[in-house]
Design a protein around this ligand. Structure first.
Ligand SMILES: [Zn+2]
Length: 705
């Protein structure tokens, strides 16, 4: 390199790399190249490589879980693209039924109105307005992570084509007789006024009381004495010797007379109650005998099904005691009724003792209100055959779960799955396609079709798909892998697998990668509301995207949760600068007429450091393919820092021969390529400064192994 060029380079590029100056410019260059879309990629590409983003909710805000998940996904996608695959990474958003409806309902409340006053049609207009205005914000935030997704194919779970897919799937199940309407105990959110899925209930340990209440000669421990009014049996474990003689017998016991108004003193009354034996009763809990309230407890409901017990609903959809609770309690909120009934039972000497107690209370994932299990008429999808399909897909290795330790919980869940309550009492979502039906489908019903519907299923067969989607299903389905946090393995991946198997006979992807959960440095859950959340956008502003990506990848072992501290980003930023300075040194050191090469010929360069790097490239490729991101990132870090910089560059300072030049050039180019998936911006920026004739963007250069 001439003195002049070297000086120019030295002034062109300051000694430290400034991400803020480069990132947006580079991202625009990638977008303008069109290379995120598979059909625009250079060269002949026989093999495809396809993955879909886990669609964030339109109400979503970028958090560290996204940053980790999408960085790892992008690392794989970028490597595959450089390896010469026809690479498609499809983005989009989820309409997020209950979450999105809550946002707009809150707006309406501020305006002093509500959805019922507005009416369904007007309300849905408001929903779409909100979605058009704010629903894309999360995607703009994702761009800051440098993701190489094909934005020209962005999908939304309520696009017209997607709606068609949902309808097709529903009617398919319906015609098979797998969808039925039934009354079952479901989780009901009193505030959201809808059924919520079992997996959308957060169980939180809370302080409460355990009441020991006399039932004839027995004492029963319960945290919810107000549900006593809906008891239809007592249950014991079949092998519990203490109660064996009572099983199958009806006992006459003393209870409280609920037909006397609450203004009057409490008085006793006799009631009859059956004792049943059921395997699910825990002999060790309390006194080993439980009361069974089929209408207000999911487990009790199942006991009642097995023993043909009656079910008495005593709590209504607003969380108040109804007429079946008797005039003494009718109209009270459950908490009030609990206080009243304890007072009453104490008055007639039916309370043995009250203890402080910590128990799990189910709270709504969306609004944190207490969940009330209630019997309700809902639509259900039979899970028997679908669960078999999902089990078979994993057992036959049509789909592999990584890390494999998730296979156990996957099978366990499917072997114990209940029929899926697919109806929600909301307005925002896919309306159940049956005349006269007002409910919408659970948002996971549509998410379950994501890899199919985003690629154009089933419209293509009818020839009415959009330009992009028309051939996508044939060309790109099934996809190669999907990734997500473990918290949605059962909500999402499982359902995509059985949907794919049912509708296409194929698993929608070959691999499921369950990534780690990002925790705080001291192992706490990250949450905005708890004040333990970290905003990735602020970190990007401070350290640059590459530092964030590298810091996260360096900790992604797949074995344990990731404890996040800003030191990871300090390390990532130092590493980006280190490589920047290595490249700067090499560019200044090499003579002006030096010919840079993209590849080396095999007979060149047989030194130890070159073969070390070649071996490393093979291992890194293997690591990334097997989702061992930390291994790949850390071995690359060690090589660049300790072998390349500390040893080779130091030794090269006094040497000016061809082999030294060739080696420096080769190490620089190869490390740039290997680092690119992890640190796409700084590597692309350096690449743009290297005078290689005929080079393309680093994004599409050849992978080194
Ligand atoms: Zn709620």
């Amino acid at each position: 390199m001439s003195k002049e060029y070297a000086d120019k380079f030295a002034t062109d590029i300051p000694k430290t790399y400034t991400p803020r100056d480069a990132e947006d410019r580079i991202y625009s260059a990638w977008l303008n190249s069109g290379f995120f879309a598979p059909e625009n990629l250079p060269g002949e590409r026989k093999e495809k490589f396809v993955t879909c983003i886990a669609p964030p909710n339109i109400t979503g805000e970028l958090h560290m879980g996204h940053a980790l998940e999408l960085t790892l996904q992008d690392i794989i996608v970028r490597m595959k693209r450089m390896q010469g695959h026809r690479t498609l990474w499809l983005p989009g958003t989820d309409h997020a039924g209950i979450a999105a409806q809550n946002v707009v309902e809150k707006q309406l409340a501020k305006e002093g109105t509500n959805r019922h006053e507005l009416g369904r049609e007007k309300f849905l207009e408001r929903m779409w307005q909100w979605r058009d205005q704010y629903g894309g914000a999360i995607l703009e935030q994702l761009k800051k992570l440098g993701l190489s997704v094909d934005w020209t194919r962005t999908k939304f779970t309520m696009d017209p084509g997607y709606q068609e897919a949902v309808k097709t799937a529903f009617l398919h199940y319906y015609q098979k007789g797998w969808i039925y309407k039934g009354t079952r105990v479901i989780n009901w959110c009193i505030r959201c006024a809808t059924a919520v899925s079992d997996l959308e209930v957060n169980y939180v340990t809370e302080k409460g009381k355990l009441y020991f209440i006399k039932y004839g000669q027995f004492t029963i421990a319960t945290a919810r004495p107000e549900t006593k009014l809906g008891d239809t049996a007592l249950a014991v474990h079949p092998e519990d010797q203490r109660y064996k003689e009572y099983v199958g017998k009806e006992l006459e016991i003393e209870s409280v007379n609920n037909s006397v108004s609450a203004e009057q003193p409490a008085e006793p009354k006799k009631v009859k109650i059956l004792v049943v034996a059921d395997e699910t009763v825990d002999k060790e809990f309390g006194t080993g005998i439980i009361k069974v309230t089929p209408a207000h407890d999911l487990t009790d409901f199942e006991i009642s099904q097995r023993h043909n017990l009656a079910s008495i609903k005593i709590i209504d959809e607003r969380g108040r005691m109804n007429e079946n609770a008797g005039i003494r309690y009718q109209g009270m909120k459950t908490a009030e009724a609990r206080e009243q009934i304890i007072k009453d039972l104490e008055a007639i000497d039916l309370v043995e003792k009250i203890e402080e107690y910590e128990h799990n209370v189910g709270r709504c994932d969306r609004c944190n209100s207490v969940i009330e299990p209630l019997p309700s008429e809902q639509w259900f999808l039979k899970m028997r055959e679908l669960a078999k399909l999902a089990l078979e897909a994993v057992e036959s290795s049509r789909v592999k779960i990584h890390p494999p330790r998730w296979e156990g919980p996957y099978k366990h869940w499917l072997n114990n799955v209940r029929d899926w309550n697919i109806s929600r009492q909301l307005w925002w979502g896919h309306k159940i396609p049956i005349e006269g039906e007002n409910d919408v489908l659970d948002t996971w019903f549509s998410s379950a079709l994501w890899p199919l519907a985003t690629l154009g299923w089933p419209l293509l067969r009818q020839g009415s798909g959009g330009q992009a989607s028309k051939n996508d299903f044939e060309e790109y389905y099934p996809t190669d892998f999907i990734t997500s946090d473990r918290s949605i393995l059962f909500l999402w991946q499982v359902r995509m697998i059985f949907s794919g198997m049912e509708f296409t006979g194929q698993s929608p992807f070959k691999d499921v990668y369950v990534h780690a959960t990002v925790l705080t440095k001291d192992g706490k859950r990250m949450s905005k509301s708890l004040g333990t959340g970290v905003n990735p956008l602020e970190l990007i502003e401070k350290y640059g995207t590459d530092a964030l990506r590298f810091g996260l990848a360096s900790q992604a072992t797949g074995l344990q949760d990731l404890r996040f501290g800003e030191d990871l980003l300090v390390m990532g930023r130092k590493f980006a600068n280190k490589f920047w300075n290595i490249a700067r040194y090499v560019l200044i050191k090499l003579p002006e007429d030096y010919t840079w090469k993209i590849k080396k010929s095999p007979q060149d360069l047989q030194s130890e450091i070159v073969s070390k790097l070649d071996g490393l490239a093979v291992n890194i490729t293997k690591n990334i393919t097997q989702y061992e991101f930390a291994e790949a990132a850390n071995s690359l870090y060690k090589f660049v820092w300790h072998e390349f910089a500390d040893k080779y560059i130091e030794e090269s300072k006094d040497k000016n021969d061809q082999e030294t030049y060739d080696t420096l050039a080769y190490l620089t180019v190869t490390c740039l390529k290997l680092l690119h998936p992890f640190m796409p911006f700084v590597t692309e920026e350096i690449w743009s400064k290297i005078p290689i004739p005929g080079k393309n963007l680093l994004l599409v250069e050849n992978w080194p192994s």
